[in-house]
Design a protein around this ligand. Structure first.
Ligand code: PLP
Length: 227
């Protein structure tokens, strides 16, 4: 892609998003396009496969582009936790989808070389089978509880993540429902744990306007920037 085109798209989105954090999802992109976006001032990028993220993060590190923030947004298998934690510039994991995965990350956290790693719990608000995410409030509360008791951990709870349904008649209406459900879950957690400011990671190319209207803090956009 032309750098110029990436720049125009980023500018337009940023104007719409204002203070909401834009994560440029680079999973479909060649490294050249990611670098072009970086040169336009975009620092936060999202990837959904550990091996792809590894290659891109190494490239940035080797070229001394050290202020980049990598967000992992894909399903993470427990046996890849170690590999992910070692990646330079890893900033957040949006897809912690089970208590077991959180335990694995805590067990391997010595591999993480940064000072703090933001953790989002992914919630399966659309209840589609192929989607990951907590389904049980009880398990979610156990995970939140565990992370909160580990005050010496570099893993810090940042918020909740979700995705709208794909197989539905009305994508935008079901996205809205998912986003509202996510807010309701945040409310429940805030009552249970006295947490006041869990952030919401929600909204993609097809439904980011709905996410903005519902008060998203992080929006993850790929196609609208890179395709
Ligand atoms: C791919 C992906 C996105 C971005 O999707 P687009 O529709 O291309 O904007 C956002 N979040 C997750 C979890 C993804 O896997």
């Amino acid at each position: 892609m032309q750098k110029n085109e990436i720049e125009i798209r980023l500018k337009k989105l940023k104007a719409e998003l204002k203070k909401v954090e834009l994560i440029a999802v680079s999973k479909y992109s060649e490294i050249e396009d990611v670098v072009r976006a970086y040169e336009c001032g975009q620092l936060s990028f999202g990837e959904n496969r550990v091996s792809d993220l590894e290659i891109k993060a190494e490239y940035f590190k080797n070229n001394n582009l050290n202020d980049v923030k990598w967000h992992f947004i894909g399903h993470l298998q427990s046996n890849k936790a170690r590999e992910l934690l070692k990646i330079p510039g890893l900033y957040a994991i949006h897809s912690v989808d089970s208590l077991r995965l959180l335990e694995e990350l805590l067990k391997k956290e010595h591999e993480f070389k940064g000072s703090e790693l933001k953790i989002f719990f992914q919630i399966n608000t659309s209840h589609e089978n192929e989607k990951s995410g907590f389904e049980s409030m009880d398990e979610l509360k156990k995970a939140v509880q565990l992370l909160l008791t580990r005050t010496d951990s570099k893993l810090k709870i940042e918020g909740l993540m979700t995705m709208g349904a794909i197989r539905t008649e009305d994508v935008k209406a079901s996205a809205l429902k998912s986003f509202r459900d996510l807010k309701a879950i945040r409310e429940q957690l805030s009552i249970t744990f006295g947490l006041s400011h869990l952030k919401l990671s929600m909204g993609m190319s097809g439904d980011y306007k709905e996410a903005l209207a519902e008060g998203a803090d992080y929006i993850r956009i790929g196609s609208l920037i890179f395709k």
